[in-house]
Ligand binder design. Structure first.
Ligand code: PMP
Length: 752
């Protein structure tokens, strides 16, 4: 090194310190960097591999910094020429290019205190740089294609697999997919320019809120102009509690210099997210070669934390806040009032809406839902999106299959049997046959039809407050429906059984499961024959009332003796929600004859199924064809398969167990401190909070109040139960402990 410096630059006996390479993540064009100290001067020596591409690019880089020093200000490195008055020293023999720059001393932005003023200075600076770059033409920069260019995001797809944690990987995949939906369609409308492409906090030097240095132009590309801002912000916003607050001063000053276009603002949210995804994916890939490299780990962790925070920001809020700050008009959505008017015009009034003032939903991601005016809701209620709203694997599976083939079971296709096999694996061996339909109601209806054909009996035993579906048969067997407003009298073939547990404090029942069963058996024995006993393991509409221990076990022999079948409705409780159990019937230690599956089976795609045994199926095979136009179609099968895989991959059943236990414990603490809460019950992430008023009566008003106030705090729950005094909690299974903490703290604030 000393020989080189002496030979080319006449620098004799300097002190040489090797610096971190800027090629840590292997952009291909990298250099070894050395700090050179001599005669009270400090210089930077950069050594590149000699090839035509590098040579051309280094020349372009030099040209840019010379230009920027002249036009933007004296804050870019200056080129130190060699003794032959050349900007670069080339040794073909050694295969190297030597480049000497002035060394800028100062504090890195990454290590300094951030302030709004500093951020507005950064916006101005980047605006000034881009104003110059926009006018620049350079074939060597323009022809470049690198992974760090957001435009070529998809070249980083291959690295996603190296992200170790499945729960992190899914978020990265989600934003890759959002990019495809929200950015790619605009590829030919976005303005392009040469951009610096790396205004990160280790490339900017500051002193007293003033920028004194901008270094490393090795990432320059021709890309979408807006990517410049996205890249910078993806670094600057890490460790910020309220990112949008920091975006505003930055973007306002940039906009003063280069007017942003509406489309650019509309997609910025996604561009920042995917830049974080690039950092995370690439560093996960490189981590395997350099497991001890802290630089890689730290930047990855910071990026992941910000990406997780990003999910809590409604993209509409993000763009609207920027537009407000820049005085750009915001496109108006249809108002809730107008939409309600339209609903009333086109839909029956028998439809209902949640909350005093309903929510117009626009989008969702995992356990978060975004309304159309910019709010983000924490979803503690929706159990259909079991693996999370818009899970990227589900979206991908659906999109891929729908673009290929969507037909019906009268044709042969492999996904049907693959899925059937996979699903049956989740059951005891005696279950060998599956029927696919499109709703829990259709599944219930079919289950009853199968039971009738098998047993040739008519009587069906149901439990108070049970709900099983909206078809005629569904209503007939749903006490929750036929016994309430608008319901008709119990049908003759229905045997109504008392709800086997304590479920509200007006009717405190302290009987054991055996006792409940004894009384139910007496009632059943009055009938000579039984077609079926249908029950949910935990009765959802009653307000998450767990059927008392031993009740079903004790009842089962009598059901059998009367020739009946035990049908477990797992529409709410199945697929790992209960944490300890994959299927709810497991908690009652009795294996049913028929199982009904619905809601979470397709994570929102209309799917349901009936699972039964060979023997029972044989009675059903009576010559009549079974056909469902949509049940078991290839798209549903692909989605169903993905749901099962995601539950395993992301350990969601275990998460339901851990977070459910934590949530339950916290809610019990609340119950012990506040009289409004009379009972907390449930299993895993299927929990009910029973509210009472000051007289100790069912607290419908209290439950409704808490639910509506939670909505004001942007948390979704619902109420149910005979007296509508139970708050129901049944979130997507990716719900975290922090989410649970937020929910409990908010309930406490409201009760207080
Ligand atoms: N069974 C149970 C236990 C349910 O909770 C529901 C829906 N709430 C159904 C059946 C009916 O399912 P679907 O709405 O998909 O028809």
């Amino acid at each position: 090194m000393k020989d080189i410096l002496a030979k080319y630059y006449g620098i004799i006996n300097p002190k040489i310190i090797q610096l971190d390479s800027n090629d840590k993540m292997n952009i291909g064009y990298g250099s070894l960097n050395y700090k050179i100290i001599f005669n009270n001067k400090i210089l930077l020596l950069k050594i590149y591999k000699h090839n035509k591409k590098n040579l051309n690019f280094v020349k372009s880089e030099n040209r840019v910094i010379i230009h920027l020093n002249k036009t933007v200000g004296d804050i870019f490195p200056k080129i130190t020429k060699n003794m032959l008055n050349e900007e670069l020293s080339i040794s073909k023999k050694e295969g190297k290019i030597y480049r000497v720059l002035t060394y800028i001393e100062g504090e890195f932005l990454a290590e300094s205190k951030h302030s709004m003023k500093l951020f507005s200075n950064l916006g101005t600076l980047l605006g000034k740089i881009d104003k110059e770059l926009v006018q620049l033409e350079d074939p060597h920069i323009e022809s470049r294609k690198i992974d760090w260019d957001i435009k070529h995001l998809y070249s980083n797809r291959k690295y996603i697999a190296y992200i170790k944690k499945a729960e992190d990987r899914k978020i990265v995949e989600y934003f890759f997919q959002q990019f495809k939906e929200n950015v790619v369609p605009h590829y030919y409308s976005l303005r392009e320019s040469i951009i610096y492409n790396d205004a990160n906090d280790w490339n900017i030097l500051i002193k007293k809120e003033q920028i004194i240095g901008v270094i490393d132009f090795g990432d320059m590309v021709k890309s979408f102009l807006i990517n410049e801002i996205a890249i910078s912000l993806s670094y600057l916003l890490t460790k910020k509690n309220n990112p949008i607050q920091w975006v505003i001063p930055f973007i306002k000053t940039y906009h003063k210099i280069i007017k942003l276009k509406v489309l650019e603002i509309d997609i910025l949210y996604y561009l920042i997210a995917v830049r974080l995804c690039t950092t995370i994916s690439k560093s996960s890939f490189h981590k395997k070669d350099a497991p001890k490299d802290e630089y890689i780990s730290v930047s990855k962790e910071d990026a992941m934390l910000l990406l997780k925070k990003w999910l809590t920001i409604n993209p509409i809020f993000f763009k609207n806040e920027i537009k407000k700050a820049l005085n750009i008009s915001i496109k108006k959505q249809i108002s809730d009032k107008d939409l309600i008017k339209k609903r009333n015009k086109y839909l029956s009034k028998s439809y209902s809406l949640s909350y005093q003032s309903p929510i117009q939903m626009g989008k969702a991601a995992f356990q978060y839902m975004y309304d159309t005016i910019g709010n983000t809701y924490l979803d503690a209620y929706n159990n259909v999106p079991l693996v999370g709203h818009e899970h990227p694997k589900i979206t991908k599976a659906a999109q891929k299959q729908i673009g290929r083939l969507n037909t019906n079971t009268r044709y042969l296709y492999k996904n049907l049997t693959d899925y059937a096999k996979l699903l049956l694996k989740k059951f005891p061996k005696k279950f060998t046959k599956i029927f696919f339909v499109n709703s829990g109601s259709a599944a219930t209806d079919l289950a009853i039809r199968i039971a009738r054909l098998h047993t040739k009996n008519k009587k069906i035993a149901v439990i108070e407050q049970g709900y099983h579906g909206n078809t005629s048969v569904g209503i007939d067997i749903s006490h929750y429906k036929y016994s309430r407003k608008g319901g008709y009298k119990k049908k003759k073939n229905i045997i109504e059984l008392e709800i086997p547990n304590t479920y509200n404090n007006l009717c405190v029942k302290s009987k054991s499961g055996y006792q409940y069963a004894k009384e139910a058996i007496q009632k059943l024995k009055k009938e000579k024959k039984l077609c079926a006993f249908i029950a949910e393991p935990i009765i959802g509409c009653a307000g998450q009332v767990i059927i008392a221990k031993n009740y079903i076990k004790k009842m089962h022999p009598t059901i059998k003796k009367l020739g009946g079948l035990y049908i477990s409705d797992e529409t709410q409780t199945g697929f790992g929600r209960l944490g300890k159990y994959f299927w709810g019937y497991e908690m009652h230690k009795t294996v049913p004859d028929i199982v009904i599956l619905g809601k979470p089976i397709g994570n929102g795609h209309p799917m349901a199924a009936v699972v039964t045994t060979d023997t029972i199926n044989q009675s059903f095979e009576n010559g009549m064809e079974f056909f469902s136009s949509f049940g078991g179609n290839p798209v549903s099968c692909e989605i169903g398969k993905e749901v099962l895989k995601i539950i395993e991959r992301e350990n969601l059943q275990k998460n339901a167990l851990i977070v459910g236990k934590y949530l339950y414990k916290k809610l019990i603490e609340l119950k012990n401190n506040y009289k409004t809460i009379d009972d907390v019950r449930g299993c895993g992430l299927f929990i009910g909070i029973e509210c009472v008023n000051h007289k100790g009566e069912p607290g419908k008003k209290e439950a409704k109040y808490i639910t509506n106030e939670l909505k004001k705090k942007f948390i979704l729950v619902s109420t149910d139960g005979q007296f509508e005094n139970i708050i129901k909690i049944k979130p997507p299974l990716c719900f975290t402990k922090n989410n649970a903490k937020k929910l409990v703290n908010s309930i406490e604030e409201i009760i207080k």
